[in-house]
Ligand binder design. Structure first.
Ligand SMILES: *[C@@H]1O[C@H](CO)[C@@H](O)[C@H](O)[C@H]1NC(C)=O
Ligand SMILES: [Fe+2]
Length: 443
């Protein structure tokens, strides 16, 4: 083992990371202790099991085995122990300096019935798992958490998420905080398995997923191998940005990449233009975007880091009448009003930062009193927690933010949201609609 070498490597990398994050103006409270989980399973048994939605009728089951010859097969059915169907998939592995991953399996299963519990077994070995598919129509409930990590705080956030029913989890970046220590990716996979094997986890990447190292390690090596998302199915050429429909196409979710090119010549930009073009708002009343570095943020942490992406992509989202934009990165909760180009606009998206999942870096405590966007910020608080988005029908959704309060979870902020597709004054895709100020939710 080359442990001292790896330690030196992670110190160098964290210096590199911190040098680009202007977050030294505030003092963070003691973060939660990291919980690392070792495998207690035989080599051929699946571990780190998680599922993700692929289209309306399929689910991708992903897991890892230490056994490099274990089969990539999932047996599944609607009754425990009775597997009527079987699907075979693909496998991959990767090296990160002296670390060599287990065998990473990805198997697409289906067609599946909506809103149904399936029992499944991976690689013909080990435990039985269950997942529930999403409903084919509204209503649907999303849990939203960013900047998760694997600490005591993460454990309480996930327990709160799990304490009431939901259909799908959306994560706007920063998963394991492995920060080049690859065994922490494995530990994270074990940490979240209990939850991520039961409901689809749809994620996009944050800065902690980059993990590149000069010419030796390409960016997102571990993330792309482990957290394969349905990018091919959405016409994207990169796992770093993709989209999908849920609830029979009533909700379209777009996952963007803050740490890959987004300028007007980039593949991501072109893909976003074509993806938005395909959305028919008569059929799809809800349009939701997730990305990592927030475009609007009054916290002194990571101030301005999302600005160049905002300048490149904001007009595309506005023209498409995107309803909501979720971000992470800042370890706090902040909800804005509807905005376009730094001004309140009743036809712009509502912006929500939900980077308070509980990672080892602690909270971003310093909200600026005199920030230029402070009048657009409706609620801000530096506490750990998670969000819930219940999309009830084609016109109404309910958003709530649940603060981790000791062992309990309490609703600290909530608001009703009306789909922009149902607001007549926003239907024409004209440039400005700031005259219709009566529509604004809170201003
Ligand atoms: C949608 O849900 C809201 C909130 O429950 C309700 O007030 C509204 O009447 C519903 N609209 C339709 C068309 O059912
Ligand atoms: Fe981040």
């Amino acid at each position: 083992m080359a442990k001292p070498w790896l330690l030196a490597l992670s110190i160098i990398t964290s210096l590199l990371f911190s040098s680009v994050s202007p977050d030294f103006n505030y003092v963070r409270p003691p973060p939660g202790k990291i919980i690392t989980l070792k495998s207690n399973k035989p080599e051929s048994h699946p571990q780190q099991v998680h599922v993700s939605a692929v289209g309306n009728e399929y689910m991708r089951v992903s897991w890892i085995t230490d056994d490099k010859h274990a089969p990539s097969v999932v047996d599944y059915g609607k009754v425990t122990g009775k597997y009527e169907w079987s699907a075979t998939g693909e496998q991959t592995k990767y090296h990160y300096f002296f670390y060599s991953s287990g065998l990473i399996h990805h198997v697409k299963v289906g067609p599946l019935e909506p809103n149904t519990i399936y029992f499944y077994r991976c690689g013909k070995a080990g435990d039985e798992y269950t997942f529930k598919t999403s409903p084919a129509t509204l209503p649907i409930e999303f849990a939203v958490i960013g900047d998760l990590g694997q600490t005591e705080w993460t454990a309480s956030t996930l327990a709160h998420v799990d304490s009431s029913n939901y259909d799908m989890l959306l994560l706007p970046g920063d998963l394991s905080y492995a920060d080049t220590q690859q065994t922490l990716w494995d530990s994270f996979g074990r940490f979240v398995e209990k939850y991520a094997s039961k409901r689809p986890w749809m994620v996009t990447e944050g800065n902690h997923e980059v993990e590149s190292f000069l010419f030796f390690i390409e960016p997102f090596k571990a993330y792309n191998a482990r957290w394969l998302m349905p990018y091919e199915e959405s016409g994207s050429t990169s796992n770093l940005y993709y989209s999908f429909d849920v609830a029979g196409g009533s909700v379209h979710v777009i996952m963007l990449g803050s740490y890959t090119d987004f300028d007007s010549n980039s593949d991501q930009y072109k893909w976003l233009v074509s993806d938005l073009k395909k959305v028919n708002r008569e059929r799809t009343p809800w349009l939701i975007v997730l990305l990592h570095a927030p475009w609007y943020n009054t916290n002194s942490a990571h101030q301005g880091e999302g600005e160049s992406m905002r300048q490149s992509l904001e007009s595309l989202l506005y023209a498409a009448h995107v309803d909501l934009v979720f971000a992470g990165h800042v370890h706090a909760y902040e909800r804005f009003t509807r905005i376009y180009d730094n001004k309140a606009d009743p036809c712009g998206p509502m912006y929500i930062t939900i980077g308070d999942g509980g990672n080892r870096e602690g909270l971003a405590l310093d909200f600026e009193e005199d920030h230029k966007s402070v009048s657009l910020s409706m609620f801000r608080e530096a506490s750990f927690g998670h969000g819930r988005l219940k999309v009830l029908n084609g016109t109404h959704a309910h958003w709530s933010w649940h603060r981790n309060q000791d062992s309990d979870s309490s609703v600290a902020d909530e608001i009703w949201i009306e789909s922009l597709s149902s607001v007549d004054a926003c239907k024409t895709s004209g440039k400005s609609s700031s005259s219709s100020s009566s529509l604004n939710d809170e201003l």
